[in-house]
Design a protein around this ligand. Structure first.
Ligand code: 7RM
Length: 637
């Protein structure tokens, strides 16, 4: 497994060069570090036109054999998962590789008993428990395709995702705990399923013991189903033999249109890429305790809580709660309790903890930390230095990992302890990754000290293969903007040293606390409110969240004439339609939106107003009615 790890900056440059000159040879060498039932006939065939991308064609494997079975002999008694509960007084749990293997097999048999077959889509809506990882792996074990939906999404969002993928089974829990909140997960699922005739079975894990209603013939308890397979007596569940290009999972992500896309990853390429990047970026060593604070409902959790670490035989810590419960020292308590060596978190969490000052760090022993990681959004220099000074004691390299749901794993990132870092910079591409900057006309911008739109010009094993049920959408979103390139949607600069700094989205996608939210999605939700005629949503700089959601709303006939009440009601609507993560931070009622003669909303102007930068709004002469701009400026929040 360690054959993949680069061990010096010099070696990085050599390997990088090789990976560009002989990509197939390079990736075949990486793939040799995994266990295949049958090796590939062909490393790569691709075109970005359709697109049609195939890695390791002809190879057969099961990712769970790589994450579980192959470690049993050497690491059977090593912790695979350490679980820390939301409530620090509740007992933690440890699952060794042997125990995790057995539980995955057991639950895979539960799925089979409930009619799940290879290729079926399974929606998973669960709290951060070992059982969430077990459910994910059990699907992969039998070739079912998981679609994990983050616990912060509403019933409507879940229903949209279930319908899009025609899921047959939902796996959930009665409820969950996050900080002081109880999440009524099963009840949210019940609301969603009113619209979802494809769902034949709901498997419900007991967690919170909140009363739930179970529907006869549809809903079963996780624990009862486990008892059934126990009495059936066969604890094994042979892993399904998968083609490298069979679907492994779908994960929905927001784009610039109103409807989230189901990003599709496949078994072979995703496994290789998640494992390769985990081993290299973090420089994981046997025995290290690794803690990624993301939720498994996001790609970071898929690749860097479950598949990446487990494929490398690592010990991965799953935390059920939030950084500020019961107080803002919680992460540091966890680091101390388990002697965490590698901590991977998000700038929004760092900024939020920074705001509590240094008190929560008093008497916390963080000396176990060797590597720090950041993901999800650009990290500002202040947060970078705080992380470096107060958490890493200036001894732990910070890996600022840039990548996307569509990429499967890290793309541009330092390699811990090997790549010299610079605050705010994702630094250099991993070997195998060929970033390019392009101008508006799609012309490559060469040389250093330049900026442009970030594209990737050659495939890597973790690249998305399609968007579920709509390949044309995949082509249009990622491969049609610039010919023969994958377009990331991010702006980027390359400094004089050739280091990359990602500057943020160049499309109508917001990044709120590291969560991708399409402005169109939020607008659609706001527009559902009966008082709303139309709306425009933009982002604005937010101290903790990175970006906040600013909504300009045309709402002439407010019920009862109470603007504050109406705002609350609109916020509730967004919460119901999308979920709490998309709630507007600011709502400004306006009498009209700035539009061009062709009816397009001039978002550039609204963005400037939301940022508080009203001095130079640029050319407003093409507006249908320039006077609305003055009104909006005057009423800005
Ligand atoms: C992993 C993840 C992807 C978008 C991406 C960027 C932004 C992520 C960084 C970053 C600057 C980083 N997947 N982004 N990481 N920007 N520096 N290190 O977040 O699909 O949910 O979001 O997030 O804009 O396009 S994601």
């Amino acid at each position: 497994m360690s054959n993949m790890k680069i061990s010096s900056f010099e070696e990085y440059h050599q390997v990088y060069k090789h990976s560009i000159e002989q990509p197939e040879e390079f990736w075949a060498g990486i793939a040799d570090n995994f266990q295949w039932r049958k090796k590939w006939d062909n490393v790569l065939s691709w075109n970005f036109k359709e697109p049609n991308i195939k890695w390791f064609e002809g190879a057969k494997l099961n990712i769970t054999e790589n994450c579980l079975d192959r470690h049993l002999e050497t690491l059977g008694d090593t912790p695979a998962i350490i679980w820390e509960p939301n409530d620090p007084t509740e007992n933690h749990r440890v699952l060794t590789y042997k125990q995790l293997h057995d539980k995955v097999c057991q639950f895979a048999n539960v799925l089979k008993n409930n009619g799940v077959q290879k290729g079926d889509r399974i929606c998973i809506y669960m709290p951060m428990l070992p059982e969430l990882a077990i459910a994910v792996l059990a699907c992969a074990r039998i070739g079912a395709i998981h679609s994990v939906v983050f616990g912060g999404f509403s019933a409507q969002s879940i229903a949209d995702r279930i319908k899009d993928a025609e899921c047959k089974v939902v796996i959930t829990a009665d409820g969950g705990f996050r900080g002081t909140k109880d999440l009524p997960l099963k009840s949210v699922i019940d609301d969603a399923l009113v619209q979802c005739p494809s769902v034949k079975r709901v498997i419900v894990l007991t967690r919170s013991r909140t009363p739930v209603s179970m529907i006869k013939g549809r809903d079963v308890w996780w624990e009862d189903e486990i008892k059934k397979v126990e009495t059936q007596g066969n604890p094994e569940c042979p892993a399904e033999e998968m083609d490298a290009e069979d679907m492994l999972f779908i994960l929905y992500t927001s784009g610039s249109t109103g409807k989230p896309k189901g990003v599709v990853h496949t078994c072979g390429g995703y496994m290789v890429y998640a494992g390769y990047t985990f081993a290299n970026t973090f420089q994981y060593n046997p025995g290290d305790v690794y803690f990624c604070t993301a939720d498994i409902g996001w790609i970071t959790g898929h690749s860097y809580i479950v598949y990446g670490p487990l494929s490398q035989g690592a010990t991965t810590l799953i935390f059920e709660g939030i950084p500020t419960y019961p107080d803002a020292g919680r992460f540091w308590d966890i680091v101390e309790k388990y002697k965490v060596n590698i901590l991977y978190t998000a700038p929004t969490a760092i900024r939020s903890l920074m705001s509590f000052g240094l008190d929560p760090l008093k008497d916390k022993d963080l000396s176990s930390i060797k590597v720090l990681g950041s993901v999800g959004e650009p990290i500002n220099e202040e947060a970078w230095h705080w992380f470096d000074d107060h958490i890493g004691y200036n001894k732990a390299p910070i890996v600022d990992t840039w990548w996307q749901t569509e990429n499967g794993g890290h793309m541009i990132t330092p390699i811990a302890g090997i790549t010299p870092t610079k605050p705010g910079y994702a630094t250099l591409p991993l070997p195998g990754i060929q970033p390019v900057l392009v101008d508006e006309n799609g012309k490559e911008i060469e040389g250093n000290g330049v900026s442009g739109n970030l594209c990737i010009k050659f495939p890597w094993p973790g690249i998305l293969r399609t968007t579920y049920g709509d390949h044309e959408r995949c082509r249009l979103t990622y491969f049609a903007t610039y010919e023969n390139m994958y377009f990331t949607g991010d702006g980027c600069l390359r400094d004089d040293d050739g280091y990359y700094r990602i500057t943020g989205r160049v499309d109508d996608v917001l990044n709120v606390s590291g969560h991708r939210i399409g402005t169109a999605e939020v607008e659609n939700a706001i527009n559902m409110h009966s008082s709303v005629v139309e709306s425009a949503v933009v982002g604005y700089p937010h101290d903790i969240k990175g970006q906040g959601v600013y909504a300009f709303v045309v709402s002439p006939n407010q019920h009862g004439g109470d603007a504050e009440l109406n705002k609350k009601d609109i916020i509730m609507t967004v919460q119901r339609i999308i979920g709490p993560i998309a709630k507007p931070d600011k709502i400004q009622f306006v009498s009209g939106l700035p539009k061009t003669r062709s009816g397009k909303i001039m978002r550039r102007i609204l963005r400037k107003i939301a940022e508080g930068d009203t001095a130079n709004l640029g050319d407003t002469s093409t507006l249908l009615d320039p006077s609305v701009v003055d009104e909006i400026k005057a009423g800005a929040l």
